[in-house]
Design a protein around this ligand. Structure first.
Ligand code: UDP
Length: 240
């Protein structure tokens, strides 16, 4: 990649599923190192990278709540599961020689820094990849909302929403509906009104109200983040 990056600072949202690879549960070491390599390639071009992780590969508060557990308790467990994913990704990045910091919204001071906005920004300026763990620190929220929130707090120019196995946003779920049509560009307002699966509505509203554009793309194609950062049209662009 020779072109200059069009973004100086990006926030990438990786769902827990992205770390799962071919497994049904947990983290696949090969998949995690492939993701770390992708992030390193973009980082090597001088782009500042913040990452927000989910934990769907380990735990999802909402489904546990449906099984009869108190929703808030289940959500706190989900946030702790995100910390596990954050340490996994940190390890993979550091194996490639990338400097990283994990900042957690729930205090786990033995393993991660607490979330301190200005400190996180300083890490980014110094060329460290910052991994934000434990979501927003609040139950009843999602890691998508954490991604929108941290992207705004960090003054990221764009939010990159990685999807697994789909190219972007469709009119319906392409995995179950053969008539689903791909959408290459849409406004956040339109996506919200049509209930399209970009991210949950709290996260999408936050992006819309604060004019943060979102690129939704397929993580399975390992050049995609680099292409987006080069200004190529990849996946779906959600404009605000
Ligand atoms: N979670 C939460 N508050 C947050 C972020 C996450 O309570 O701010 C919990 C919630 O239970 C969620 C789980 O952490 O189900 C894992 O996050 P998410 O489901 O968003 O992960 P993803 O789908 O991105 O893998």
């Amino acid at each position: 990649m020779s072109e200059d990056p069009v973004f100086k600072r990006v926030l990438i949202k990786l769902s827990g599923e992205a770390l799962m690879g071919p497994l049904d549960y947990g983290t696949d070491p090969e998949t995690v190192s492939a993701i770390a390599k992708q992030l390193k390639d973009v980082h090597d071009r001088g782009v500042e990278i913040a990452v927000v992780l989910g934990a769907g590969n380990i735990y999802r508060g909402l489904s546990e709540a449906a099984e009869g557990m108190d929703r808030a308790t289940a959500d706190y467990m989900g946030m702790l599961a995100i910390v596990l994913n954050a340490l996994t990704l940190q390890d993979a990045l550091e194996k490639l020689g990338v400097h990283t910091r994990v900042q957690s919204a729930i205090t786990v001071s033995e393993v991660a820094e607490p979330y301190i906005r200005r400190r996180a920004m300083r890490h980014l300026e110094k060329g460290r990849i910052v991994i934000f763990a434990a979501g927003t620190g609040n139950p009843f929220f999602t890691s998508d909302t954490a991604a929108a929130l941290r992207a705004l707090e960090m003054h990221a120019e764009v939010l990159l929403m990685a999807k697994n196995g789909v190219e972007g946003i469709y009119t319906a779920d392409p995995r179950t509906d053969p008539d689903a049509e791909f959408i290459s560009e849409i406004t956040a307002r339109d996506a919200l009104q049509r209930g399209l699966k970009v991210m949950d509505s709290t996260a999408l509203s936050l992006c819309m109200d604060n004019h943060l554009n979102i690129h939704v793309f397929n993580m399975a194609d390992d050049g995609n983040i680099n292409r987006i950062v080069s200004g190529d049209r990849v996946g779906t662009l959600v404009t605000t």
